[in-house]
Design a protein around this ligand. Structure first.
Ligand code: SF4
Length: 261
């Protein structure tokens, strides 16, 4: 099946709406459990249902404020660091429910993941993250390399890619040379995690499909990871491409201008 990525702008509000709905569903379930156990708890102590109810309400309030914090972060409103730290914990917790609810409302998983990536990128940009080039790691999947290319570019694309121009790896190698960031081609999540461990970057820019970016961004947290979607004119995982101008824009947005500093 030929798969071409649509260039429609991902709607951040889709993911945020599903996240809010997920929170309401969780709150409803927790309330139902509390209600059912009310009588049993009050037999132990008449204060117990109140104490438990108060605790659950406090957790719900904190989580709700976290969600408000995410919306604030997207709009550029500064929010408390305690909520910043919990942002992805909250997202990780509610993400499977958001996907399920999305399916109920007829949104496919990929569209929701695209919306999540847009939300995550926006949060990072609003934090005005700036890192030196040698602390930025750019990783891309192996499928970006031309399938018939004989050169082994995983682990050492800078040394082994001949920059023949037949796939986008050459352009990324040239960009890495020009800008000075670390660039690696990885064959899967394990190698990606090993590379992050080895390089110890301050930020990551990952090029991949919706599924891999979503899990990767959540995996490396609290390390900030910007995601750029790959293009798949030949179907998934085969001779994929990336918009090099978009990659350059994203990198320029997070690179520290060393001449100024
Ligand atoms: S640009 Fe590099 S990786 Fe791509 S086909 Fe040419 S030599 Fe192979």
């Amino acid at each position: 099946m030929v798969e071409i990525l649509e260039f429609e702008r991902p709607r951040k509000r889709l993911f945020l709406a599903l996240l809010a709905l997920s929170l309401c569903v969780v709150a409803g379930i927790v309330y139902a459990v509390w209600h059912v156990s009310y009588l049993g708890l009050s037999e132990i102590s008449r204060y117990l249902p109140l104490i438990l109810g108060g605790l659950l309400a406090a957790v719900f309030l904190f989580t709700g404020l976290g969600l408000v914090g995410i919306v604030g972060a997207i709009l550029g409103v500064p929010y408390l660091s305690v909520f910043q730290r919990k942002t992805y914990a909250l997202i990780n917790l509610l993400f499977p429910i958001a996907i399920m609810l999305g399916k109920v409302f007829g949104f496919n998983r990929r569209k929701i993941e695209r919306s999540f990536i847009a939300v995550s990128n926006q949060i990072i940009h609003q934090q005005h993250l700036k890192v030196p080039a040698d602390r930025l790691l750019v990783v891309t999947p192996h499928c970006l390399q031309l399938a018939s290319c004989p050169h082994k570019i995983t682990r050492d694309p800078m040394g082994n890619c001949q920059r023949c121009g037949r796939c986008d790896i050459g352009a990324l190698v040239a960009l890495a040379e020009e800008m000075g960031f670390h660039f690696f081609v990885v064959t899967g999540g394990t190698l990606a995690r090993q590379t992050v461990k080895k390089i110890r970057p301050q930020a990551v820019l990952a090029i991949a499909c919706e599924r891999d970016l979503t899990s990767g961004i959540q995996d490396v947290y609290p390390l900030p990871a910007v995601g750029v979607l790959n293009l798949r004119p030949n179907g998934p995982c085969y001779n994929t491409h990336v918009d090099i101008a978009a990659v350059r824009r994203e990198i320029e947005a997070i690179l520290l201008d060393e001449e100024k500093d």
